[in-house]
Design a protein around this ligand. Structure first.
Ligand SMILES: Cc1cc2nc3c(=O)[nH]c(=O)nc-3n(C[C@H](O)[C@H](O)[C@H](O)COP(=O)(O)O)c2cc1C
Ligand code: SF4
Length: 465
């Protein structure tokens, strides 16, 4: 039976563990930073020297670390895109917006182990020649912002942050920036606009890839809270050792937010790919199963934007055997390993690693209406397909859930959803608002049609049509 593997949350939930710096130091805190700052230039066989920061970047690349914010992009690769020749300052931003519905992992780190985040950030900044960094924290996380503020002051008092860190001549300031509570501020370019004091209108890519044209049009690294914490562990254990955690191409651990109709909702840290969706829902170590007398209806595997899975769905998964040969076994949805690649192969994504479980008591039309209302509210409005489409979908679903639906609403919803993503919008919100509608209607079409048809019949009888 798979177990939790606590790397990031190793101490967070231990009795007596507190977020203050003394407790962190007693648990080996900032040792990885000391190790990083003490790295000496390494001779390469071709006569070149690899500086300490370059060695850290190489370690992060070797670790295979993929971003924990949503897209699962290689952290090492992202750092390699940073324009180091422009002569402009390089900035680092920690994305602590955590706005994807169903996700509640970053706040655990911030509340319980803020110095771990700071240590990961300081090492990442040192590795990338950054002297000014920001933590962009969602406005609602009032307590989290206070805890981080305190942690920054504590680190400064110990010369772990600020000028001439630990006497090695490296300067770094970290500022907290509180958002005002908008989902789109989690999107990295919207976040950057917001940090610059403007409306969080996402920027078009190209040309505005943050690694080249980010904050104040300077090269900028945007990484998620959990991603940055991992950097500390990569330095502590070495990139190759880190890569042994998890599964190939899906290395390290992930903190999974599990919510909905399970007995034990909560956050669980696992080695990536070492537990299946079914194990996360049903095992006593994790969700502990559904409520008594209930059966599974659907699972959203990666936050509300991810395409829904229907109970009993089967997928063909590419697998490479020990002989190197590729096979395509059929796998039940519950047997999908919870990793980046398997979920993509199954047509969805692990996104922000938030699993939302729905049992047979769920009204699937109501569930989608709820999600669609959120997206309609949160669209920034720059792109017509997203601004209008998200609203039309939400309005249609509102009708369907308020006795005013039509049998053809299912087709109408899909038609709108199909016309939003696919390069028609500036940012991936277009996909995020269309995917739930496309997948819910495709997989539970009967329920949408039946609801609409019943409404139509009743309205006809009442003479309202
Ligand atoms: C609409 C939208 C909302 C997002 N919200 C978040 C968020 O709340 N937190 C986060 O870390 N990333 C979020 N992202 C992803 C970020 O744009 C960015 O890819 C991420 O912060 C990069 O960090 P990572 O590489 O460490 O994952 C969002 C993306 C989109 C399109
Ligand atoms: S896709 Fe939506 S959220 Fe993204 S920029 Fe366009 S209107 Fe704004």
């Amino acid at each position: 039976m798979p177990q939790e593997y606590k790397l990031i949350l190793k101490h967070a939930d231990e009795p007596g563990y507190t977020p203050d710096i003394e407790c962190y130091l007693r648990h080996g805190g900032y040792d990885a930073l000391k190790k990083a700052l003490a790295l000496q230039p390494k001779d390469l066989p071709d006569g070149r020297k690899l500086s300490g920061p370059e060695q850290i970047r190489q370690g992060v690349m070797a670790s295979g670390l993929r971003g924990r914010g949503g897209a699962g992009f290689s952290c090492g690769l992202k750092w390699s895109f940073v324009d180091r020749k422009s002569g402009k300052p390089i900035y680092l931003i920690c994305n602590a917006d955590e706005s994807e519905p169903g996700t509640f992992k970053d706040r655990q780190i911030i509340h319980k182990d803020p110095h771990q985040l700071l240590e990961g950030m300081i090492i990442s900044c040192f590795a990338n020649d950054v002297h000014l960094a920001y933590i962009y924290i969602r406005g609602e996380f009032v307590e989290g912002a206070k805890i981080l503020d305190r942690a920054i002051e504590e680190a400064k008092a110990k010369n772990i942050l600020g000028k001439n860190i630990l006497g090695i001549g490296y300067d770094l300031e970290i500022y907290i920036h509180r958002g005002a509570g908008a989902y789109i501020c989690g999107e990295e370019t919207g976040l950057i606009e917001s940090l610059e004091g403007k409306r969080p209108y996402p920027r078009i890519k190209p040309p505005y890839f943050p690694a080249v044209l980010g904050l104040w049009m300077c090269p900028t690294i945007v990484n998620n809270v959990e991603t940055l914490c991992n950097v500390k562990h990569i330095v502590a254990m070495g990139g190759t050792e880190f890569a042994k955690l998890g599964t190939p191409n899906n290395t390290g651990t992930r903190i999974v937010s599990l919510s909905g109709h399970v007995k034990k909702p909560g956050y669980y840290e696992i080695e990536v790919g070492k537990a299946t969706i079914g194990q996360l829902i049903f095992d006593a170590n994790f969700g502990g199963g559904l409520r008594p007398g209930r059966s599974l209806k659907a699972v959203i595997p990666g936050g509300s934007s991810a395409k829904v899975f229907k109970a009993g769905e089967k997928f063909k998964l590419k697998r490479r055997g020990p002989d190197g040969k590729e096979t395509l076994p059929e796998v039940d949805m519950l047997d999908l390993p919870y990793d980046f690649d398997s979920l993509i192969q199954a047509g969805s994504m692990s996104g922000s690693s938030a699993i939302i479980v729905m049992d047979d008591s769920t009204d699937i039309v109501e569930a989608l209406a709820n999600i669609a209302e959120f997206y309609a509210h949160e669209s920034c409005g720059q792109c017509t397909p997203c601004r209008e489409g998200s609203l039309w979908m939400s309005k249609a679903l509102h009708r369907l859930t308020h006795g005013e639906g039509r049998a053809q609403d299912a087709d109408y919803l899909v038609k709108i959803a199909d016309n939003i993503p696919g390069g028609r919008t500036i940012c991936a919100f277009g996909e995020a608002c269309a995917w739930p509608v496309q997948s819910f209607v495709a997989k539970f079409r009967d329920e949408f049609v039946a609801k609409g048809a019943a409404d139509e019949e009743r309205q006809a009888k009442e003479g309202k049509l």
